[in-house]
Design a protein around this ligand. Structure first.
Ligand code: 4NP
Length: 157
């Protein structure tokens, strides 16, 4: 199963989702069953590590964020089984890429918070211009949604 997390810059929310999901896979002994990556719809931060505030907040929860930013490509939509977007704008951008890719776009495209079970929000808010609480809230949302997502995916396998 190949899962791709997508946000705008690929330095805050989607690398955090990737790190949280990888952490859960390791905890549950499922790492070998999944390929996990993240990407941004924008290209400004390509090659950069995750934002240091996002990394610090994740590290405090014992979660590492190893990824470097990259931009999503048309090929990602055939390479991955599931593409999870952080907010409505990411969803619109990925859907328009899928329209461009036509039949080659075989991935399921879903909002990440479709899988949230404790929180009722529909978008993971962009924490980039806010304070530390924003990064903590992103992790709260992602821990909730990633856990339910993995429950569902591992039940299907
Ligand atoms: P992300 O956050 O989409 O969660 O990685 C952002 C990071 C940087 C910018 C926007 C969003 N930016 O405009 O530079």
């Amino acid at each position: 199963m190949k899962v791709l997390f997508v946000c705008l810059g690929n330095i805050c929310r989607s690398p955090a989702a990737e790190g949280v999901f990888l952490h859960l896979l390791a905890e549950r002994g499922l790492s070998k069953d999944f390929v996990v990556d993240s990407a941004g719809t924008g290209s400004w931060h390509v090659g950069n590590p995750a934002d240091r505030r996002m990394q610090a907040a994740a590290n405090r929860r014992g979660i590492q964020l190893p990824s470097r930013a990259r931009q999503i490509t048309l090929d990602d939509l055939s390479e991955f089984d599931l593409v999870l977007t952080m907010d409505q704008s990411n969803l619109d951008a990925v859907r328009s890429l899928a329209a461009e890719a036509g039949d080659r776009a075989t991935a399921a495209i879903e909002p990440m918070l479709t899988y949230a079970s404790t929180f009722t929000e529909t978008d993971v808010p962009d924490p980039y211009y806010g304070g530390d609480a924003g990064f903590e809230h992103v992790l709260d949302l992602l821990e909730d949604a990633c856990s339910t997502l993995l429950d569902k995916l591992s039940a299907q396998e």
